[in-house]
Design a protein around this ligand. Sequence first.
Ligand code: SF4
Length: 358
Amino acid sequence: MKGEAAKNSFFTKSLMNWHERDNTRDLPWKSEKDPYKIWLSEIILQQTRALQGLPYYLKFTEAFPTVKDMAACADEQAFRLWQGLGYYNRCKNMLATARFITDELDGHFPDKHEDILKLKGIGPYTAAAIASFAFGLPHAVVDGNVYRVLARYFGIETPFDTTEGKKLFAEKAQSLLNTSDSAGYNQAIMDLGATVCTPQTPKCGDCPLQRNCTAFHENTIALLPVKSKKTVVGTRFFHYLLLQTDDQIWIRKRTGKDIWQNLHEPFLLEYSEALNSNSLQALMNEKGLHFSTENMVYEGNLKQRLTHLLVETRFFGIKMKAPIKLPDNDGTWVSVKDLKNIAFPKTLVSFFEKKLYF
Ligand code: SF4
């Protein structure tokens, strides 16, 4: 194919034709025009796959049909609905934004790209998605799917996670945008990346871009897109003491700048390595936790992978005759049957489900 301009033009035309004729991907927020629902879907889909996010989108739109409904809810209700999605800061920012829009903007979502970008929890990708899907503004989205399609079609070897790469991909995406239908174009490129130009085994035989795709012709599909940084994964070791009477359990709310902020947990002892019952007992003595542990029972372990972190969790049940007062006075004793109304991190939800507390 001759020249960059012809390659660009083929890209946009072929993509739009494919979107019109062959794109069968169906999700409830597609073709949605309500900026509140578009915003909600985009916040849920940050770091979450569409199929995983779908039930959450439905739950949230049912519980909070409008931004004002969301603004008026108790934090705990939103955190509870969010449970299992992870990255709880998204939920916290979402509530702050819903309240800002309700209190400061009389419930009206901003309709200018620069104003959308100023909202809490909204970065360039989400702002472009809301601006184009809700208001038809000419802003190209750039997400993982877009990096992949552009890197392969144009043979771009610049790592997409560098300052230079981010700028290059953003400019390329913007130059390819079909400005008369920015919503359709953005939807098309994301759907092509999600269903055809997939990370592993892309369906090049079904791809409208194949004729001029650099990676297809140069056999470099598996090498693109290029990422510069390897994710460093550390491990933290959590030991939960499940302090329980017949019908109550001690829990506290996690505060401070750490993972799982605003979620609840039983009594936690974190250590630099995994402990067994004996070494845990020694640590408890060292920390002045002198309640009786003669019937302490190891109840299993679970692992949860976060972006840069693996959390290895061990559970130890300790039965008590009556609630005791703990040195850590920010916790409280709650009825076991009320646990289902309290927001917990995914690991604890899995554990409590296994114990049939939910
Ligand atoms: S031809 Fe293959 S590698 Fe190229 S854009 Fe299409 S699906 Fe991706």
